[in-house]
Each structure stands twice: as structure tokens, then as C-alpha cells.
Design a binder for this molecule. Structure first.
Ligand SMILES: [Zn+2]
Ligand SMILES: [Zn+2]
Length: 126
């Protein structure tokens, strides 16, 4: 069982968005953490970008939740780490990842500017 955020509020998948800290093995509300830097697109090859997505869950109040928001990105991160690196040019690599992870998720990773947070437990950027 994962420990929960310092605030001890019950997690609401509809209202909240949480990040998982692999160091603390705990989920924290984005709203309870300090942001680090400005939101940025992930950098590098498709594989490198997919490998650096945060482990997060929850709709965060959005009106148009994506499929991954309910289950969280953790399972997708496991799939990405165990997958073979896709071959071909950048567009073909994205397409290969899209077949594995769904085009919707790949599009989300390509176009989202992710923000990092300071883990309140271990001060790692998550
Ligand atoms: Zn909290
Ligand atoms: Zn931590």
C-alpha cells in the first residue's frame, strides 16, 4: 500500500492530480508541492522522452479526462521500460510507440509541457 500525501486528504481521482515519488514510494498532490522551474517539453528521442514522463494519476479537474489519467502513467512507464526501442526516423519511431501505447498517449507526451515538482519527502524533482 502506498503512503499518501502529507496533507492526509483523501485522494479524489476526479479533482486531484498526483505524482509518484519513486524514492519515497508515495503519491503527493501536485497542489501540495512546490513547482520547480517552468513547464517544458521533454527532450531527446521518442524513447528518451517517453522514458522521462512523470508517474502521475488523476484527472486534476479536467473536463476531458484521458484514459491514462484514471489508471495513472505507472503501468505505461513499465511498458515503455520493457519495450524494444523503435526503429526508423523520428516520425516512424513515434508511430511505433503509438501502436504500443495508443496514438492518443503518444500525442499527449509529444505536446505536453511537463512541470516538475519538489518532493516534500526527499526533495527530489518528480
Ligand atoms: Zn496533499
Ligand atoms: Zn520523495
Amino acid at each position: 500500500m502506498n503512503r499518501h500525501c502529507k496533507c492526509d486528504k483523501p485522494y479524489s481521482p476526479v479533482e486531484d492530480r498526483q505524482r509518484f515519488c519513486s524514492g519515497c514510494k508515495a503519491w503527493f498532490d501536485e497542489s501540495c508541492m512546490q513547482r520547480v522551474g517552468v513547464p517544458k517539453l521533454l527532450k531527446g528521442t521518442p524513447a528518451a522522452r517517453l522514458n522521462s514522463i512523470p508517474i502521475m494519476r488523476g484527472w486534476g479537474g479536467t473536463q476531458e479526462p484521458k484514459a491514462w489519467m484514471t489508471a495513472g502513467t505507472g503501468r505505461l512507464v513499465d511498458v515503455i521500460r520493457e519495450a524494444e526501442v523503435k526503429e526508423g526516423n523520428i516520425a516512424e519511431q513515434w508511430e511505433g510507440w503509438g501502436e504500443l501505447l495508443t496514438p492518443e498517449f503518444v500525442q499527449f507526451v509529444k505536446t505536453t509541457k511537463f512541470v516538475q515538482f519538489l518532493c516534500p519527502g526527499c526533495q527530489q524533482h518528480i
